[in-house]
Design a binder for this molecule. Sequence first.
Ligand SMILES: *Cc1c(COP(=O)(O)O)cnc(C)c1O
Length: 379
Amino acid sequence: MTSEIPAITIPADLLPADGRFGCGPSKVRPEAVEALAEVSGEYLGTSHRQGTVKFMVSRLRNAVAELLNLPDGYEVMLGNGGTTAFWDALTFGLVDQRSQHLSFGEFSSKFATCVAEAPFLAEPTVLTAPPGEAPQATGETGIDVYALTHNETSTGVAIPIARPTGTDAGALVAVDATSAAGGLMFDSGQTDVYYFAPQKCLASDGGLWIAAVSPAAIERIERIAASDRWIPASLDLGIALDNSRKDQTYNTPALATIFLAVHQMEWINTYGGLGFSSGRSATSAGIMYSWAEASDYATPFVSDPELRSNVVATIDLDDSVEATVVSKVLRANGIVDTESYRKLGRNQLRIALFPAIDSDDVAQLTRCIDHVVAELRSA
Ligand SMILES: *Cc1c(COP(=O)(O)O)cnc(C)c1O
């Protein structure tokens, strides 16, 4: 079947100033790109073992600590490979024997799979919930890592972050915050490893992982790294920790990615930190969900308002409109990446509400969607 894109031109006064609404890579602020261009002559193309880049890495580590309000003793680590590589690193270097995972969508299921396939670990406990809902972590004997996902990007479900009760002494809480870090409020003292990649709320590019780790997590990392477990060097958290403490990475990082992430976090921190950035996302979420609730053809996919994400909105459309056609028309008008997560298979739009995205642009987007749907219906 060839699907023609209906020729609909959205009036200029309805268009957002910036048409990027994807969940990752996501909008990079033009101010950050301009700042990168300004320093490119001294910064890009220089050694990551020398002062200029090491200073940028130290700014990144400090900015994360400030942004996330890290308690004393917590440290910031980084390395290459993004969150997906970090799941492998956690499998090798954080899980002692057995982990428990909350699995409620594509991303949260993946770390559970890594652990389940590791021959040196016991079978994990996987607590599941259907897409659009969330399971709850529960204390369980023999579990040494509780693996949570702050925001399930594939479904638009965000969960509160709290240590489960009734856990064994020394059990750690590891949180995949790839699409949450910098956009959702939480108490970092409730986590031992809060990890993410910078192509979402940090408005940078992919390929890097960043983790805020507690003293207990550091102790675990150092103990496993010193044990006789075989760990590939590029996934060895002990090696990553040593390098991070020297403001370096084990192998060459993407310097532009580091710079853009620093720029975004320092912008957020200048305006008051996580309260400011999560406030921007909350404002955008309010606009998006109240529009959908008032609409006669759109509905928030996540039925429990408490679980609705402030950083990723998933909006179901009724059968009278095809979401894929709406997304294509928007794309033809310069508004990109509103498609729903492929594997979810719903008649849905998915829209990033990350802090870099202006709430005014989110409001404009709702007007654009209304315009496109009205045109499609009258065709
Ligand atoms: C995007 C995303 C990932 C994957 O990140 P990569 O850096 O591409 O590996 C993992 N978890 C969540 C929650 C995400 O949103």
